[in-house]
Design a protein around this ligand. Structure first.
Ligand code: FES
Length: 128
């Protein structure tokens, strides 16, 4: 008889690196957000969270846009992340998402940038 899986699935934070800044259409702040996020992750965080660049999440009017996903969990798409001001909130959001069995984080428990920035949430992909 096989044992139930107990390993916590790793969270992937996808950061759009081609979003254009609202106040400067030449700027692409997602790359800086991704670099800041990666630089601030602790060794403990790295065991449970990884970050990857992605080119467009289809919500170009809400830069910077990110998505948070993990196997078997709901996926969030979040927007309006400012590179400098919101990176700590993004890391804390990823920690709380990872700690949630379903991926759903109650609004009262979300860091401010996550509370304001939810664009959508999508159920886990179907099995099979
Ligand atoms: S360019 Fe970033 S979501 Fe489309």
């Amino acid at each position: 008889m096989s044992q139930p899986e107990t390993t916590v699935p790793k969270t992937t934070v996808y950061v759009c690196t081609v979003c254009r800044a609202k106040d400067d259409p030449e700027a692409r702040p997602g790359k800086a957000l991704l670099e800041a996020f990666d630089a601030r992750l602790s060794a403990e965080d790295r065991a449970i969270v990884t970050a990857e660049p992605v080119e467009c999440l289809g919500v170009c009017s809400r830069p910077c846009t990110v998505a948070m996903a993990a196997r078997g969990k709901w996926t969030y798409v979040l927007g309006d992340f400012d590179t400098a001001a919101d990176v700590d909130d993004l890391i804390e959001s990823a920690r709380r998402y990872t700690a949630s069995e379903t991926g759903l984080v109650p609004k009262k428990d979300r860091p401010e940038a996550m509370r304001k920035g939810v664009i959508s949430r999508t159920p886990p992909a179907p099995r099979g």
